[in-house]
Design a protein around this ligand. Structure first.
Ligand SMILES: Cc1cc2nc3c(=O)[nH]c(=O)nc-3n(C[C@H](O)[C@H](O)[C@H](O)COP(=O)(O)OP(=O)(O)OC[C@H]3O[C@@H](n4cnc5c(N)ncnc54)[C@H](O)[C@@H]3O)c2cc1C
Length: 474
């Protein structure tokens, strides 16, 4: 039987999820031996991992309560994790001209917002929720006395330091919060999250997968049953291809021929953030906290001899300039002298094109009005087989209406399931793996998505919600 030539374009966490699923395809189809993939990975950067960058300068944490597919991936690659600090709502918030907001208030505000958004998911039309920004939703909660001024300020700040922007659709935010408990229990991969990409690449190379590094794909010609890929490494022909990139990368790839409706993804605006790690001699004088300019946390690690605390700053989000190194040194050592600084590393994720690099932004999450078209496209692609006849599929964290590596890897897996289904294979093991795969990926149960997006008949009536009821939608 002739091999099936597959191109994976991009090797961030969605590329890792796709490659891992292809290598373990017996988990997703009843006919794994009927597929003989000959896989080539194209990655523009010299190193694998994308935003799960080396030196922990990108993604760092996994969510212990929503781990799949990383539970399998980590076990297969023999990588260990350890538990770390919980979410930012458990730190003290010091905002200018305001009393210090204690961690307890921060957490209570998030719990109130989460509960209100989960109720709104059930009781408000998705279209109305998508039209609203999270700050607008918060304002309504404040008017009804569900959150205090302090709580509203805390939540706005949390959005900035977690998402980099407040231009977020209330529907997308509700779906994201529905996927995880509050507070989030976090895990760190021993050696850093980038190690997942490094190990996956090594395991795949051992199985004969070809990697073209520093080979940015510039053009893709999609024919009826094949894909031609143009990269720095030349022009190559494949039977199937999966684009595993972030939205800001799409503008750099010319796609011609049989199209995929990528417009909802391509028009999204990514957020920006800077992340800086300071390794100190001795301990930090500052405890973990957040202000309007930065969030500061201590990173646990295997300490090299003679060095002390490793402190991490998130900064430079919407409305703020990144902090200078001296500013950060002063916060953690109490002086503007670098004598206690053993190592400093920093990276700004703001989509600015740099010489020889692709633009890399922080995460991309739906702004008001952007969630529904994205949900429709991702459901059609992964669960309904509407694009199975296309030899080109796509995976991206943004298609899971979220901002995490877990979502990136899961879309990679679903893109592979779509590819196998398109080739006529039985993918029932993939569809039955989880009770409700749509809920796992998007945060809302299948029936609710069908009602809101397809106009399916409504579920049985619920207890009526009266106007002004603090339990009701705003
Ligand atoms: C500072 C920071 C901190 C974060 N913290 C966390 C965290 O703690 N936990 C968490 O879960 N998430 C976190 N995230 C988010 C997480 O990193 C992303 O959601 C996830 O890594 C995105 O993976 P992706 O594969 O969809 O995209 P990317 O990581 O952007 O990967 C896309 C890859 O494709 C390559 N590529 C693009 N275009 C081309 C082309 N034309 N040809 C070839 N290759 C191409 C890129 O070089 C890149 O390697 C963080 C992100 C940042 C930036």
């Amino acid at each position: 039987m002739s091999p099936l030539r597959i191109a994976l374009i991009g090797f961030g966490m969605s590329g890792v999820g796709a490659l891992h699923a292809l290598r373990h395809r017996g988990r997703f189809t009843t006919t794994p031996d009927a597929v003989h993939p000959e896989i080539t990975v194209f990655e523009a950067a010299p190193v694998p991992g994308g935003k799960a960058a080396p030196e922990n300068l990108g993604a760092q944490f996994l969510d212990a309560d929503a781990l799949y597919p990383f539970d399998r991936i980590l076990a297969d690659l023999r990588l260990a994790t350890h538990r770390v600090r919980q979410d930012y709502e458990l730190v003290r918030l010091r905002l200018r001209n305001q009393p210090v907001i204690e961690a307890k208030v921060f957490r209570e505000a998030l719990v109130s917002l989460r509960e209100a958004l989960l109720r709104a998911l059930q009781s408000m039309p998705f279209a109305a929720l998508d039209a609203m920004s999270v700050p607008e939703f918060l304002d309504r909660l404040r008017q009804r006395g569900v959150v205090t001024d302090e709580g509203r300020a805390a939540m706005r700040q949390r959005m900035l330091l977690e998402d980099g922007t407040t231009r977020l659709s209330a529907l997308a935010y509700a779906l994201s919060l529905a996927k995880t408990p509050t507070p989030v229990r976090r895990l760190e991969v021993v050696g850093g999250l980038n190690e997942v990409a490094v190990r996956e690449r090594a395991a795949a190379v051992a199985e004969g997968v070809a990697f073209r590094m520093e080979a940015a794909v510039k053009r893709i010609d999609v024919a009826r049953d094949s894909v031609r890929v143009w990269s720095a490494a030349g022009t190559e022909e494949f039977d199937r291809a999966i684009l595993c990139v972030s939205p800001e990368h799409l503008a750099r790839i010319r796609i011609s021929g049989k199209p995929l409706p990528l417009a909802p993804l391509a028009r999204m605006t990514p957020a920006r953030i800077s992340k800086s790690n300071l390794l100190l001699h001795g301990t930090s004088v500052a405890e973990e906290h957040a202000t309007e300019r930065y969030a500061l946390w201590a990173t646990s690690r295997k300490a090299p001899r003679r060095a002390g605390a490793l402190m991490t700053f998130f900064h430079g989000w919407e409305g703020q300039a990144p902090l200078s190194m001296w500013h950060m040194v002063k916060v953690v050592t109490g002086t503007a002298s670098a004598s206690r600084l053993a190592h400093f590393s920093s990276r700004t994720w703001d989509a600015t094109p740099r010489e020889g690099e692709l633009p890399m932004a922080y995460v991309t999450e739906p702004a008001p009005g952007e969630t529904i078209p994205l949900l429709r496209f991702a459901r059609d692609l992964y669960f309904r087989g509407r694009h199975d006849s296309s030899p080109l599929a796509i995976a991206s964290h943004a298609l899971a209406i979220g901002a995490n590596v877990r979502e990136a890897a899961l879309t990679g897996e679903w893109a592979v399931v779509a590819l196998l289904r398109g080739l006529g294979h039985d993918v029932s093991p993939a569809m039955k793996r989880s009770l409700d795969p749509e809920r796992e990926l998007f945060g809302a149960p299948r029936a609710l998505l069908a009602r809101e997006l397809d106009g399916a008949p409504p579920p049985p009536p619920r207890k009526p919600i009266t106007k002004g009821d603090p339990q009701g939608p705003p």
